[in-house]
Design a protein around this ligand. Structure first.
Ligand SMILES: C[S@@+](CC[C@H](N)C(=O)[O-])C[C@H]1O[C@@H](n2cnc3c(N)ncnc32)[C@H](O)[C@@H]1O
Length: 266
């Protein structure tokens, strides 16, 4: 129980850390942090961009970006003809993204741990630069949420900070908890957790090193298996009447970290 409340504190700290306009603007431009981070953001962006060009990806696909910040990927989706939905705990980031892309996208203030959407709504779910902030139990919770709202056969694009890369493992171990949670996990462990939640990794894109087993960062393109629903309850899910996609102010969520972050935005 103590571990869990520590983890909720950590989730709040992570969310607070990004809840400012500078962060939203920098993430929109892909220039947040050091030049190494900017290079990583570019590689991630290019990988997602390339995926969208695949012939089996249709612009009719409903797309969700979890941890959308200022809307870098929302913009990419719009440019490619989608009408995406963005979720973030930061109201500041959402207001900013909405002011730029609100005509062509919908935004929802929610935590990845409690996503206010209907079952089987999205064809593609993007969750990059976020999952390394969560302990395993919360990672599973998030994947469980995604498994609820993603359609069978849908694609999840996520990333892993690979502990089998010794430099990354060491650097994250030193920095973990100073400002926020930084978790590495081995690519094998990540694949195992994904599998447990119904996701099969179809393709791995290694960044900064050609062999994914030892690459520091790996983007995972996963397919959601049709008969593997993790969540069997529907606790307080809010639905926007006309789009079939929930949006607006964190409706329906009951989690402590979620309510805190939504209240903060006002
Ligand atoms: C490192 S930024 C990544 C932004 C974007 N995905 C990208 O790759 O450029 C992490 C974003 O996730 C948001 N965030 C933090 N905790 C969250 C949570 N529990 N649920 C949803 N979003 C969260 C932050 O507010 C921030 O905008």
């Amino acid at each position: 129980m103590e571990n869990q409340s520590n983890s909720i504190d950590a989730i709040k700290r992570n969310a607070d850390r990004y809840d400012n306009i500078e962060s939203a603007k920098r993430f929109l431009e892909g220039i947040a942090g050091t030049s190494h981070r900017a290079a990583r953001h570019k590689k991630e962006y290019d990988a997602v961009s390339q995926f969208l060009q695949h012939p089996y990806v249709s612009t009719n696909n409903a797309v969700l970006d979890i941890g959308c910040s200022g809307g870098r990927y929302i913009q990419l989706f719009i440019t490619n003809g989608f009408r995406p939905c963005g979720v973030d705990t930061s109201m500041t980031a959402l207001r900013y993204a909405n002011s730029l892309f609100g005509q062509s996208a919908v935004f929802s203030n929610a935590s990845a741990t409690h996503l206010p959407f209907k079952e089987d709504v999205f064809d593609i779910v993007l969750c990059v630069e976020l999952l390394h902030h969560f302990d395993d139990c919360y990672l599973e919770k998030i994947l469980g949420e995604i498994s609820y709202l993603i359609k069978p056969g849908g694609t999840l694009i996520c990333d892993v900070r690979n502990s089998l890369n010794p430099v990354l493992w060491h650097s994250y171990r030193k920095r973990d908890g100073r400002h926020f949670t930084l978790k590495t996990r081995s690519i094998f462990k990540m694949i195992k957790i994904l599998k447990k939640c119904g996701f099969e990794v179809l393709y791995r894109k290694s960044l900064f090193f050609p062999i994914s087993i030892f690459a520091p960062y790996v983007i995972l393109f996963c397919k959601y298996g049709p008969d593997r629903k993790v969540l069997d309850t529907d606790v307080g899910r809010a639905v926007e009447e006309d789009s079939g996609i929930a949006c607006g102010e964190s409706q329906g969520a009951t989690a402590e970290e979620f309510s805190m972050s939504s209240v903060k935005g006002h």
